[in-house]
Design a protein around this ligand. Structure first.
Ligand SMILES: [Zn+2]
Length: 606
């Protein structure tokens, strides 16, 4: 039933997107969100002619852009990502000047020869048939409009361009280290997003993306011996002319389009029951053990797809492709590119992560440059849980690795707040741990704060309210607030906008007339509600819970616990009593399950 409703929703959007310029259907928000919401819309039609020998391609792009914003637009911007792969580009210089460069990049861009660089050269651009001024500035095309675009108006941009696929340095490119011919990611002139925060024409320096939702239609002409996989549904049989063929792909309701091609791909499929068709593309010249791995992990991918669909929200497309390519693992629309020479566990692990990204950034399309922890962190969280189940890891604390990485960062002196733009971290290390590990702890620890069941419901509500849109951190925490009934803005603020840390401790335990008094102290600046476990010498255990006053409530509990008085944050200490003598107490432990990211656990136990 749910699937049927979702399909109807997708179809209705497709249908309404063909209406007159006055139609602003995409700005009509569902009733679930708190804010007035609108989003821009794109309909791409592209004709691409690829020369697999020179790695150059010619493109024609017709882009219908709908301005659903309440603003008049005088300019538009495109990303020309391939221009990053040129000596002296921002990506090149940044990689050569940052203290801990990505080992895949280092100084490799600086050494590219003219026939190895990447570029997108815009030859002509028209707005509704009229030529317009444009200037290429690094990886961004700045466009002066012939006529401003009014709120609700649709305009058509027609572009002709030449491009060259760079030698693979990072993510995209030709001839990756495993010999995959073409990894075509961020390969076309891509309109920048304009949202409630204005334009996001970020230069491509290192990482992270943000795109406009819409429908893609690609006709790709390429050597007839190449096997092509990627975003979008293949329309009919390829049209063969001479030694080339033309493939026609359509992808509805996506914000990016990726493909990869190689003459040596094997192409397998596996159906997810009541779900999408999975496609696997991998090279036939892989070593035998890796070829076996690519067979063995297919049923595991089915299980992963089912896990994410059940625990976040139904996968809404009819296919998903896992393609050997790229330089590690990277998520794209309806697909991922991963390197292929991996053992089974690594194949499942990387696929778990990249597939989870379908939800956390693809469908729940946060602005990655600004909120990198929401895609990498949430993805890391749910994929750790999925791996625990699918690979029968039986870990009691599947996210403990992320906590330990975060603790190292928090005590390293290198931490910057998670609100730092993803390109503006001083160290790649600090970006990585902040986005992946601290982002993962954000969710795992939210389970500690509002309860595991509420966290599960929050993820589903987040999907229901915000799939196919651009949610913000506040939109997510509002979902958690609505599910739990608790006030949680303090958590979002302290965790993501500061580097404040959590440190609670047991300061003193004393006895008077067979009553034991436990004195706790808050050493770190960040507030938290407190779980406490007391173990008695007879082996019995008792749970205590101290609500954080600013939450205005308590997390639910399925097991018996003693509810203590609120702890208001400003008070550095807090005391409570146990009606037993000190000698009957074996131990007292703050947060016995270690889901509160307390940077000093030594003082958590008496
Ligand atoms: Zn990731």
């Amino acid at each position: 039933m749910k699937k049927f409703l979702l399909l109807t929703f997708v179809l209705s959007i497709l249908f309404t997107s063909c209406k007159t310029p006055k139609d602003v259907s995409n700005s009509v928000q569902n009733n679930n969100s708190d804010r007035y919401y609108w989003q821009q819309h794109v309909d791409y039609k592209m004709d691409i002619d690829m020369d697999v020998n020179s790695y150059q391609y010619k493109g024609k792009q017709s882009l219908v852009y709908t301005n659903n914003s309440p603003d008049v637009l005088n300019k538009v911007y495109y990303h020309l990502f391939f221009n990053a792969f040129q000596p002296g580009s921002e990506m090149d210089v940044r990689s050569r000047t940052i203290a801990d460069p990505d080992s895949r990049v280092k100084d490799r861009i600086s050494k590219l020869k003219p026939d190895e660089i990447g570029y997108i050269n815009v030859i002509s651009l028209k707005q509704n048939g009229k030529s317009i001024n444009h200037e290429t500035v690094g990886t961004v095309l700045e466009v002066d409009l012939a006529k401003p675009i009014q709120p609700g108006e649709k305009v058509t941009f027609d572009m002709v361009f030449d491009a060259q696929v760079p030698v693979q340095i990072r993510r995209s490119g030709r001839n990756n280290k495993e010999g995959v011919a073409l990894s075509m990611t961020q390969w076309y002139p891509k309109l920048a997003e304009y949202d409630f925060e204005g334009w996001h024409a970020d230069p491509y320096i290192g990482r992270e993306f943000h795109g406009v939702w819409g429908d893609f239609d690609l006709k790709l002409t390429i050597d007839k011996n190449y096997v092509v996989g990627g975003t979008g549904y293949l329309q009919g049989e390829p049209e063969v002319k001479g030694n080339k063929k033309t493939l026609h792909f359509k992808a509805p309701k996506v914000h990016d389009f990726t493909w990869a091609a190689d003459p040596g791909y094997i192409h397998d499929t596996m159906q997810v029951p009541n779900g999408p068709m999975l496609h696997f593309y991998y090279k036939k010249n892989l070593p035998a053990k890796n070829l076996q791995g690519w067979k063995d992990f297919q049923p595991k991918t089915v299980e992963l797809m089912q896990y994410f669909s059940e625990n976040i929200g139904e996968y809404p497309y009819e296919q998903y492709s896992i393609i050997q390519g790229g330089d590690g693992g990277m998520e794209y629309a309806m697909s991922t590119l991963i390197t292929g020479k991996r053992k089974l566990g690594s194949l499942v692990g990387v696929t778990a992560h990249e597939l989870a990204h379908t939800w956390f950034q693809f469908l729940l399309a946060t602005n990655e440059s600004k909120h990198e922890w929401m895609d990498e962190g949430f993805t890391s969280y749910i994929s750790d849980l999925a791996m625990n189940e699918v690979m029968n890891q039986n870990k009691e604390h599947p996210t403990i690795g992320a906590y330990n990485s975060y603790f190292r960062l928090a005590t390293s002196g290198k931490e910057q707040p998670q609100t730092t733009h993803s390109d503006r971290y001083e160290f790649n290390y600090a970006f990585g741990i902040s986005a992946y590990s601290k982002g993962e702890v954000f969710l795992a620890q939210l389970g500690y704060i509002i309860g595991e069941e509420n966290l599960k419901k929050t993820l589903k509500k987040y999907y229901d309210d915000w799939a196919f849109k651009h949610p913000t951190p506040n939109d997510f925490i509002r979902c958690a607030e609505k599910v739990s009934g608790l006030e949680l803005d303090w958590y979002l603020t302290d965790w993501t906008q500061t580097t404040n840390t959590i440190d609670y401790g047991i300061k003193n335990v004393s006895e008077n007339n067979n009553v034991t008094t436990v004195e706790l102290e808050r050493i770190g600046l960040m507030p938290m509600p407190i779980d406490i476990e007391v173990e008695y010498t007879d082996g019995a255990k008792e749970q205590f819970y101290i609500p954080l006053q600013m939450m205005r409530g308590e997390k639910p509990s399925n097991t018996p616990r003693t509810l203590l008085n609120d702890w208001a944050w400003a008070y550095p200490t807090y005391s409570f009593s146990i009606n037993k003598s000190k000698s009957t107490i074996k131990s007292i432990t703050i947060d016995p399950k270690s889901y509160m990211a307390d940077i000093n656990e030594v003082n958590n136990r008496f």
